[in-house]
Design a protein around this ligand. Structure first.
Ligand code: FMN
Length: 349
């Protein structure tokens, strides 16, 4: 690299640092990239690897008990001295206790997921000295969360893996980013390249959250079958679960199409038939539908049964071509953003 191209590269790097400074300052990181919490996947190894690589790892508490969460936090702290967060599901029956465990261990950031958190929970987090992050599936909800005291928002498009809303990141970003400047907003869903992240930073995002790419990293404890399914899949294979009948609501989840996702359709049809024939009550049929996926993510992630388990994945899965260390995934993302900025400078100079 000659002197002039080196100075162009340095300028582009500075421009990127400037663009995502609000995100880096909020998270206390070098890069404003969060590793989105993924149940069973986002544990000590992956979380510390993301934080050690300059990003922000987030432990997925999921259905863990307060004692189990405490164990995971202590283990994570032993593996990284950098900032990391914990993602708590708001409908967890022991939510307050989980918040207290985080606070007792000086977790700096708590992500409140899976519904709108109450003002009391947000206050508990903030009064205890942690930063509170929430999810905004629409502009009005984002505004409400800020009023309730949320200090940063994640907007997650329907391209994402796991439980999803109905609106794509492309549209959510246009709806929300120009109108929210009070708190940093992080974009999520379908992101697999740094130049795409850059385009959202230029629209006003403070940073980005990625899940799928990190789930397939070398440090992820997901079973090799799970990672190999990611490596082989195309974007179109990561589909949202379909609800068969409006009387029996299904929470949409994006994951790789497999034997389980196909038999879920049959299971719904069976329940619907039984209900229509008067063989089962509505509540019982609804429960049967909800229970179909119980334990299914663990089955795929930990046991490696990628046909009968739930292989949650975002549409970005099509960009997973090989299993790489987190540090490499991170530096490729940063380089892609820097290169895109460099190209632009050349275009306008
Ligand atoms: C396997 C898997 C499990 C997930 N589990 C959770 C979860 O427990 N809690 C949560 O808030 N988000 C969960 N997510 C969403 C991620 O945190 C993240 O927002 C999402 O993966 C971003 O989209 P992407 O996968 O296209 O990068 C999960 C995603 C995946 C792929």
């Amino acid at each position: 690299m000659n002197d002039s191209s080196k100075s162009k590269r340095d300028d582009a790097r500075k421009a990127l640092n400037q663009l995502w400074k609000p995100g880096c300052d909020f998270l206390g990181t070098e890069f404003a990239i969060l590793g989105g919490a993924m149940s069973w996947v986002s544990e000590r190894n992956l979380v510390s690897a993301i934080s050690n690589a300059g990003g922000f790892g987030v432990i997925a508490c999921g259905a863990m008990s307060p004692e189990r969460l405490e164990e995971e936090i202590i283990a994570t702290k032993a593996l990284t001295k950098r900032p990391y967060g914990v993602n708590l599901i708001t409908m967890h029956p022991e939510l307050d206790k989980l918040v207290d465990v985080c606070l007792a261990h000086n977790v700096s950031h708590i992500v409140l997921a899976g519904g709108v958190p109450t003002g009391a929970t947000i206050r508990r987090v903030r009064d205890g000295g942690a930063r509170a992050i929430g999810f905004a599936p629409a502009l009005a909800l984002g505004r409400r969360l800020i009023k309730l005291g949320i200090e940063a928002l994640v907007i997650e498009g329907s391209e994402a893996g796991g439980h999803v809303g109905p609106v794509s990141l492309n549209v959510l970003a246009q709806e929300i980013l120009p109108h929210i400047s009070e708190v940093p907003v992080f974009v999520a869903g379908g992101l697999g390249r740094g130049d795409a992240v850059l385009s959202y930073l230029e629209m006003g995002a403070a940073g980005a959250q990625l899940g799928t790419l990190f789930a397939a990293s070398s440090e992820s404890i997901a079973h090799d079958n799970f990672k190999n399914a990611f490596r082989r899949a195309n974007a179109r294979d990561a589909a949202v679960s379909v609800q068969l009948d409006e009387r029996f609501p299904v929470i949409p989840v994006r994951g790789l199409t497999n034997a389980a996702s196909r038999s879920f359709m049959k299971h719904q049809a069976d329940m619907l038939n039984k209900f229509q024939n008067g063989e089962i009550e509505r509540e019982k049929a609804q429960l049967e539908i909800e229970h179909f996926w119980a334990g299914a993510l663990r089955k795929a992630v930990i046991e490696g049964d990628v046909e009968n388990g739930s292989v949650m994945a975002g549409q970005s899965v099509g960009m997973v071509k090989e299993i790489k260390p987190v540090s490499e995934i991170m530096s490729v993302l940063v380089d892609q953003a820097v290169e895109a900025l460099e190209k632009r400078e050349t275009l306008f100079s």
